[in-house]
Ligand binder design. Structure first.
Ligand SMILES: *[C@@H]1O[C@H](CO)[C@@H](O)[C@H](O)[C@H]1NC(C)=O
Ligand SMILES: *[C@@H]1O[C@H](CO)[C@@H](O)[C@H](O)[C@H]1NC(C)=O
Ligand SMILES: *[C@@H]1O[C@H](CO)[C@@H](O)[C@H](O)[C@H]1NC(C)=O
Ligand SMILES: *[C@@H]1O[C@H](CO)[C@@H](O)[C@H](O)[C@H]1NC(C)=O
Ligand SMILES: *[C@@H]1O[C@H](CO)[C@@H](O)[C@H](O)[C@H]1NC(C)=O
Length: 486
């Protein structure tokens, strides 16, 4: 997730289209209607059965069902998005559908969300097997991991120029198209409660997709997507307030000197997409001379050992912010543990794993990577502020939760607090510590229309660092109840 930004930017089917024949046949007999309904449900069943995952290489036995495959989203270009559905452990038909997105832009929710954060499986160190994540979010909901936009992970476009011409807008449009067509393949999810979740640059994707769904639902003759709410973590929200909050975090956590802090505040114009050279050089000084070799995604964690593997060290160099590349400044904000993602890169490039997942069926001409540098570098459009969409979501009655792991210095808690403060929401339940297993999990405040919560001691990828607390947060969110006071 790197966003260019000059710093100013925070930086940072075949589709069983069940044509709605039936309604147009309203003059025909009930018998014909029943036959048509049975035929279309059989067709849908066939569609989803082709996507059924029997077992992944090295996978422990599990009681839930899994499906994965492609949904075409644009015929002319030949764009198809890859998804992986892990249904709930128990009673999946009564549980909501939760979509999870990672950020980047360009990073994969299979790599991060599914394999390191909220998914049921973790990949072991030799990438030869999987083991169970005890705090998987599919203990509470059906999880749909979507690799978006085309060019991320296994999602592809047959028109290669698409990878150089994508951005926030295309991501939201294709993701909506995906959801609409996916529901046709899985009719049992039609009308189901849907929640959108994600982290980091998905702070753009999730609200933008929510806005797209709300607009879709207003159009006549469309099947409605029953969107109920969204939840985002360490979310890129507003370039200006995020940048200001990030610099403030660095200073308040003693990562930079008073002098550097003052110079950043006086020379940078945090509203600009592209900062002045003078400002950039202060950023470089802070990062190169003052930060030291820390993991910026969790400032108190040991950094990944670069001797431990080429993928990890390569990733590390890509994600360093404020390193000019191709005339732009890259800033990775997808969030990940640089030590663990290389297992994913080994595992998901295995031909047997790809076969089991019904992935890469068209011989994509490049390897599967956790983040696409090409997309990241060529990201064309990015909204400067997502706050207006928060106002729309709140007005639309969606449940809106925002959380923040408080030891992340990439999209830190101060950035999120400065951004959310602009909404000027009335407080419903004043600031209090919330608990998980008798420990303070973090702090929370409930506003009219929005719940904010921190996760104490968690880095950028909250469910990776604090899995038990993250699951508590998820369950409270789904119930629509404030976090536990004890
Ligand atoms: C992309 O091209 C391959 C090979 O021609 C084809 O099999 C596939 O269906 C195309 N994908 C889409 C989404 O049209
Ligand atoms: C990884 O999983 C495989 C398959 O279950 C197993 O044979 C192997 O010993 C595991 N390796 C590690 C390091 O856990
Ligand atoms: C996106 O960027 C590419 C090259 O950087 C450019 O050719 C294309 O016109 C841009 N598209 C949009 C919609 O800005
Ligand atoms: C880094 O690798 C070296 C050599 O393999 C090892 O001695 C050291 O303990 C490792 N450090 C961490 C933090 O894993
Ligand atoms: C897809 O498969 C081809 C081999 O058929 C392989 O070379 C390529 O790396 C794979 N790409 C992805 C994205 O999995």
């Amino acid at each position: 997730m790197a966003m260019d930004s000059g710093r100013g930017m925070m930086m940072m089917a075949f589709m069983a289209v069940l044509v709605v024949l039936i309604s147009s046949l309203n003059a025909t007999s009930g018998h014909v209607q029943e036959a048509a309904a049975a035929a279309s449900s059989a067709a849908a069943k066939e569609g989803e059965e082709a996507d059924r995952i029997l077992s992944l290489p090295g996978q422990p036995r599990v009681p839930f069902r899994q499906f994965s495959g492609y949904v075409a989203v644009h015929e002319a270009a030949g764009r198809a998005l890859f998804y992986w559905l892990t249904e709930a452990y128990s009673d999946p038909t009564s549980k909501p559908l939760v979509v999870w997105l990672n950020g980047g832009p360009g990073c994969s929710s299979v790599a991060y969300g599914a394999s390191e954060e909220i998914g049921p499986f973790r990949i072991n160190k030799t990438a030869s097997g999987l083991y169970l994540n005890k705090f998987s979010w599919n203990t509470a909901a059906n999880l749909l991991f979507l690799e978006t936009p085309a060019g991320v992970g296994f999602s592809y476009s047959n028109r290669s120029s698409d990878l150089l011409d994508t951005g926030d807008r295309c991501t939201a449009e294709d993701s909506l198209e995906f959801l609409v067509r996916w529901m046709e393949r899985f009719p049992r999810y039609k009308g189901r409660e849907v929640y959108l979740t994600g982290e980091s640059y998905a702070g753009h994707y999730v609200p933008q997709l929510a806005r797209q769904i709300m607009a879709h639902n207003l159009k006549p003759k469309h099947s409605i997507i029953n969107l109920r709410g969204i939840m985002v973590g360490n979310a890129v929200t507003d370039n200006y307030y995020d940048n200001m909050g990030t610099v403030t975090y660095w200073w308040s956590h003693a990562m930079i000197s008073d002098r550097t802090y003052e110079q950043l505040m006086s020379t940078c114009d945090f509203r600009r997409q592209k900062e002045s050279n003078e400002c950039e050089s202060v950023y470089s000084y802070a990062m190169d001379q003052e930060f030291g070799n820390i993991d910026q995604y969790n400032i108190y964690a040991p950094p990944c050992n670069s001797s431990e593997g080429s993928a990890a060290s390569r990733r590390q160099s890509i994600r360093l912010p404020h390193r000019p590349r191709h005339g732009k400044i890259l800033r990775q904000i997808s969030g990940y543990d640089p030590c663990t993602e290389k297992y994913a890169e080994t595992y998901y490039n295995r031909p047997d794993v790809q076969r089991a997942l019904h992935a890469n069926t068209t011989k994509i001409p490049y390897k599967w990577t956790a983040c696409s540098e090409v997309l990241n570098r060529n990201w064309n459009d990015t909204e400067v502020s997502i706050l207006p969409i928060y106002r729309e979501m709140i007005a639309g009655g969606l449940r809106v939760w925002v959380f923040s792991g408080d030891v992340d210095s990439v999209v830190p808690v101060t950035a999120t607090r400065y951004s959310l403060a602009q909404l000027k929401l009335a407080t419903k339940i004043p600031w209090y510590p919330w608990y998980v297993k008798k420990q303070v999990g973090g702090w929370t405040e409930v506003y009219e229309g929005l719940t904010f919560a921190t996760v104490r001691g968690a880095g950028h990828e909250v469910p990776l660092f604090k899995p038990r607390a993250a699951l508590q947060l998820f369950k409270s969110f789904l119930r629509g109840k404030p976090l536990p006071k004890s």
